[in-house]
Design a protein. Structure first.
Ligand SMILES: Nc1ncnc2c1ncn2[C@@H]1O[C@H](COP(=O)(O)OP(=O)(O)OP(=O)(O)O)[C@@H](O)[C@H]1O
Ligand SMILES: [Mg+2]
Length: 361
């Protein structure tokens, strides 16, 4: 394997060749390392020099709102006959809630990453009052909605979904990105039933420890709550919570009172439902380690401790990456998978708001 022009040009080994070769595990690992190296080259170049795009709101045909967030409205929109999810962010709200750095980082990271299980950013632009992120549309809907409907997943289903999240974290962490927002609400389905992770507002390029208190209470690692500083291993803690929740139908430290949630997390003890297999319980315990120094994903072998854990022994990681495994749930085609929301006319200021704050958007 020589130099890389793009990460996607790196040929990962086919599952067939994997089975017939001896020493294939090492070979796979080499290929994956090469893929990640190329991905990092690509990311570093784009992150250092973000692209500028010359599109504007009038180029889009706005259809309807499909999601609402704290600072944004996401609308289904057509651009040259292609459906996209247009995240419309109010500049004023971002400034008011001191989120400028987060939004700049969200855009800068999104425009530089490229991974099959993460929504890709197609365009970004701004006008007087708003910032816009035109994202690949995940047409299969929110996992949150589907999950609430089915209540919990079988372990095989959880494995299929969580394995994709493991690959996402492997990719992001290799690029020195902490995601910090892992939760069911940010996981969407593509039409083929594979995942598309969205919402990079809390994502951050961090080479050292970082201190900001952010995330969703149920998923916060103890070291985020205590404020002693943390690293990428907080994503592996959140992964432990996510696995538990998807397999149990509820979260390990949940409580109606958010303060009690924090107490539960800091106490660090939890029970697992009886139907959990012993391998699943073991993996969750290895992820939900209160001390980051003991947490899977953050040990000497990094993410490979998770990928090689017994609970994942049936997982063919390369086939998964290549989407050669049949998804357990394929969202019904031609069905509206997103809720309806009240529509609101966008208002536009006469002059450009906060030009210096958003200069780099
Ligand atoms: N690429 C996408 N395809 C389809 N729907 C999406 C897409 N991105 C976001 N959505 C929908 O919009 C909702 C809100 O988007 P997102 O989570 O990115 O923003 P948010 O929660 O408002 O973030 P913030 O807190 O930064 O304002 C999602 O939960 C989802 O329902
Ligand atoms: Mg969100």
């Amino acid at each position: 394997m020589g130099n890389c022009s793009t990460a996607s040009s790196v040929e990962l080994p086919s599952p067939e060749s994997q089975q017939s070769q001896t020493g294939n595990e090492n070979e796979n690992e080499n290929e994956i390392n090469m893929y990640l190296k190329c991905a990092k080259q690509e990311f570093d170049a784009k992150y250092a020099q973000p692209s500028k795009q010359m599109v504007k709101l009038e180029d889009f045909e706005l259809e309807r709102t499909i999601g609402m967030g704290m600072f944004s409205r996401v609308m289904l929109a057509k651009y040259e006959n292609k459906l996209l999810a247009l995240k419309i962010i109010e500049k004023h709200a971002i400034v008011e809630y001191a989120q400028v750095e987060c939004i700049l980082s969200e855009k800068r990271i999104l425009q530089a990453i490229n991974f099959p299980f993460i929504v890709s950013l197609v365009y970004s632009f701004k006008d007087n009052s708003h910032l816009y992120l035109a994202l690949e549309f995940a047409s299969g809907g929110e996992m949150f909605v589907h999950f609430n409907h089915v209540k919990k997943f079988s372990e095989d289903q959880v494995r299929f979904y969580v394995a994709q999240i493991v690959l996402i974290l492997e990719y992001l962490h290799y690029l020195s990105i902490i995601y910090r927002n892992l939760k069911v609400e940010e996981i969407l389905f593509a039409a083929d039933g594979y995942l598309k992770l969205t919402d990079f507002r809390l994502a951050k390029v961090a080479h050292d420890r970082t201190f900001t208190l952010c995330g969703t209470p149920e998923y916060l690692a103890p070291e985020i709550i205590t404020g002693i500083g943390y690293n990428k291993s907080v994503d592996y803690w959140a992964l432990g919570i996510l696995i538990y929740e998807l397999a149990a139908g509820f979260s390990p430290f949940q409580d109606e009172d958010p303060m009690k949630v924090y107490t539960n997390i800091l106490r660090g003890t939890f029970n697992t439902p009886q139907h959990f297999s012993s391998d699943l319980t073991d993996l969750i315990h290895k992820l939900l380690q209160s001390r980051p120094a003991n947490r899977y994903g953050n040990l000497q072998n990094g993410v490979n401790d998770i990928k090689n854990h017994k609970w994942f022994s049936s997982m063919d990681w390369v086939s998964l990456f290549k989407k050669r495994i049949k998804a357990p749930y394929i969202p019904e085609a031609d069905k509206e998978h997103y809720e309806t929301y009240d529509e609101k006319q966008l208002t536009h200021a006469e002059t450009e708001l906060y030009p210096t704050e958003f200069e780099n958007f």
